[in-house]
Ligand binder design. Structure first.
Ligand SMILES: [Fe+2]
Ligand SMILES: [Fe+2]
Length: 315
């Protein structure tokens, strides 16, 4: 049985909406600055600061205006000290920082001094964020009143439940069997523990219930920006190099959230395929940086921090 790290099976798509800058992979910190005359709502994900070559990129991230807000859509790092380092740095620079967990923050690995698992690990990260002044899915949803507002930023943690199944599978067990047979098994299976839930899908279902309750309680007259590490709909996973991997990428239970709730935009990451798509008239932005071996061949994008507003609905 082989184990494939996420990037090994996710990359390979010529991404849309990204301007490649040469093939050298050299970091040009000057282009990390995006000076703006007015405050902007910006987003990035999958900064993976455990990778040494990603750290100077994160250190180079600065607001283009002192009033900029930054959405960090998960996969900051695998260890708690690294997550805290990155979020603390970003909070020291941006007016407001909003974080959602990715699967990597939820891993419990031997190299992490914090050995908490599952829900306890997530709650520990939330406590750190609160100490830093960073918004989480457990806090009141902040309202952006700058350009393109007012919009309510809803950081979500919906997880996944193995329902993005490959052809031929009708159950989680069949889906996992196909993945193991193909040798495409997400590292989550070894490091992401659902404690005290019996399974990740059970944890996901509790999160979906909580999230739907939170979204239903929002004022429907204020549009939402939904932020979730995993894509809320299955369509973005259709371009994966290995379709078996989709089962670790979301849940069918969130498929109608962008139409059921008044949604201006959806921000996500996880796939390491930065792109802009539109589903049912709602823009979806995949805002990942990714691993050095992914961004180096194509170069860094023109805008590393993606403006979320004004919304783009052009395909
Ligand atoms: Fe990632
Ligand atoms: Fe991820």
């Amino acid at each position: 049985m082989s184990v494939a790290a996420a990037s090994d099976v996710l990359t390979g798509l010529p991404e849309a909406g990204v301007t490649a800058k040469g093939a050298s992979g050299a970091i040009t910190l000057a282009k990390l600055g995006q000076v703006s005359a007015t405050p902007q709502l910006l987003a990035i994900s999958d900064i993976h600061v455990g990778h040494a070559e990603n750290r100077p990129i994160v250190e180079g991230l600065r607001p283009g205006h002192p009033g900029d807000w930054l959405i960090v859509a998960g996969d900051v790092a695998e260890t708690v000290p690294d997550v805290e380092w990155a979020l603390s740095l970003l909070k020291s620079r941006f007016d407001t920082v909003i974080w959602v967990p990715g699967n990597h923050e939820l891993w419990t690995t031997t190299k992490d001094p914090v050995q908490l698992r599952g829900v306890q690990r997530y709650e520990h990260l939330v406590e750190i964020c609160r100490r830093l002044g960073v918004h989480t899915p457990e806090d009141e949803f902040p309202v952006w009143t700058g350009d393109g507002g007012p919009v309510r930023i809803a950081p979500l943690f919906a997880l996944y439940d193995y329902t993005f199944r490959p052809d031929g599978a009708t159950t989680k067990e069949e889906s996992l069997a196909i993945a193991h047979e193909a040798g495409i098994v997400c590292t989550d299976e070894y490091f992401l523990h659902p404690d005290p839930y019996p399974s990740i899908d059970a944890w996901c279902h509790a999160r979906v219930e909580y999230t739907e309750r939170r979204l239903a309680a929002c004022d429907p007259d204020v549009p939402l920006v939904l932020v979730n590490h995993w894509p809320l709909v299955r369509q973005p996973t259709r371009v994966l190099r290995y379709p078996e991997f989709a089962q670790w990428c979301g849940t069918e239970l969130s498929a109608d959230w962008h139409t059921r709730f008044n949604t201006a935009s959806v921000v996500y990451g996880h796939l390491h395929i930065p792109r802009h798509t539109v589903y049912d008239g709602v823009p979806f932005e995949e805002v990942s940086l990714g691993y050095p071996r992914e961004w180096k061949p194509r170069g860094l994008p023109e805008k590393l921090l993606k403006p979320v507003l004004p919304v783009r609905v052009a395909p």
